[in-house]
Design a protein around this ligand. Structure first.
Ligand code: CA
Ligand code: ZN
Length: 232
């Protein structure tokens, strides 16, 4: 029995090394309770001395989306990551943008699924250190073709920004039925799931749009992973 356990532990360690090949397995963490990082596409760290700037393809998009970031950005900055709302610039959705920019645009069904938006970090960075990314919101939210509640809208908009920073969906097989299901995420004693829960999560109260504690821990993990690799 004891041997079996030891073998299982060794296997888990090997998996951790495979996920973060350039990092110290002892100190880089890519998931925890209610948070997960995008290590499978090579982004799992963020430098606290970097400023990430959110830019927009058009002025109308800035007007539309920027107000939804206010509360989340306060929390992300309080957690130690610097992120700010910038201006307008061209966006090529097939390429990484300027370094440390999170570029925001809008398309009709950007991932093909009605009602789904997309948020991705610029992938495969040295030491997993994020350099910004791309967010493409589904234009259906605004023309009535995809009915979305205000709560879901308020949570979805910052959710995609957090993807671009390096946070993944923390869904996990809580009921042990062998399937990681939609909405299968840890919750607080008040029933609040991470804003990063797929397909949607976060507060359903007037706090909608704010990160839940789990998400803040994910942001802190991005910074801790940079420091663990000697990046200040
Ligand atoms: Ca399950
Ligand atoms: Zn998502």
């Amino acid at each position: 029995m004891r041997r079996t356990l030891a073998t299982a532990a060794a296997g888990a360690l090997a998996a951790a090394v495979a996920l973060a090949p350039q990092a110290s397995a002892a100190t880089v963490q890519t998931s925890g309770s209610g948070w997960k990082l995008t290590s499978q596409i090579g982004v799992y760290a963020a430098s606290p001395s970097t400023t990430y700037t959110i830019t927009f393809e058009t002025a109308a998009m800035k007007t539309r989306y920027a107000p939804y970031y206010t509360e989340a950005l306060k929390q992300i900055n309080a957690a130690g990551l610097h992120i700010t709302v910038g201006g307008v610039e061209p966006v090529d959705i097939n390429k990484c943008g300027p370094k440390n920019h999170i570029q925001v645009t809008e398309r009709y069904r950007p991932v093909g699924t009605p009602g789904w938006s997309k948020g991705v970090p610029c992938p495969y960075q040295p030491k997993g250190l994020g350099v910004g990314g791309l967010v493409i919101y589904d234009s259906e939210y605004w023309d009535g073709s995809w009915p979305i509640t205000q709560v879901h809208l308020k949570n979805t908009i910052p959710h995609e920004i957090l993807h671009a920073l390096g946070l993944d969906h923390p869904n996990t097989d809580l009921d042990k039925d062998g399937v990681i299901e939609p909405h299968e995420c840890v919750a607080t004693s008040y029933g609040n799931k991470p804003i990063m829960c797929s397909p949607n999560g976060g507060y359903s109260t007037s706090n909608a749009g704010k990160l839940v504690g789990y998400d803040v821990n994910g942001v802190k993990a991005l910074i801790a992973n940079a420091r663990a690799q000697g990046i200040s």
